[in-house]
Design a protein. Structure first.
Length: 138
């Protein structure tokens, strides 16, 4: 994972952090399970500070591929979690989608999905709850 990030992403300044020291910190740890190793990789990727760069373990990656294969569809939102309030917030509706047609605007806060409060909910969990079979209102 480090080689992929280093070659394709990290620049010399790396957000003014010592990327080599960060790498060494993670390499010096002992991991007793794949889950622990995946957690460490997720932490390392998060240090990039890029909301568009995310690590998916093999199961999450498989689920993502299923989600985007055309069998499921969302409402057409780009979502983010407000760093201060942890509220699920709309970055932008995608033009022509149900969310856009419904009048959803940037900075709108998604308070609940199907009756479940979203405060502190991870974006990928919210997306899974919003997705449904193509052509349905579920």
């Amino acid at each position: 994972m480090w080689q992929i990030l280093d070659k394709n992403y990290v620049d010399v300044s790396f957000n003014h952090q010592d990327w080599q020291a960060i790498r060494q910190q993670y390499l010096s740890r002992s991991y007793s399970s794949k889950k622990e190793a995946y957690g460490a990789i997720e932490e390392m990727v998060a240090k990039l500070g890029d909301r568009y760069t995310e690590f998916f373990d093999p199961q999450e990656f498989k689920a993502l591929n299923n989600d985007i294969s055309g069998n499921l569809s969302g409402v057409g939102l780009e979502l983010a979690q407000n760093e201060k309030t942890k509220a699920l917030t709309v970055v932008a509706p995608i033009q022509g989608t149900p969310a856009f047609k419904a009048g959803i605007l940037p900075d709108d806060v998604i308070v609940q999905i199907n009756g479940q409060k979203t405060q502190g909910m991870k974006i990928d969990d919210a997306v899974k709850r919003i997705l449904g079979p193509v052509g349905t209102n579920r």
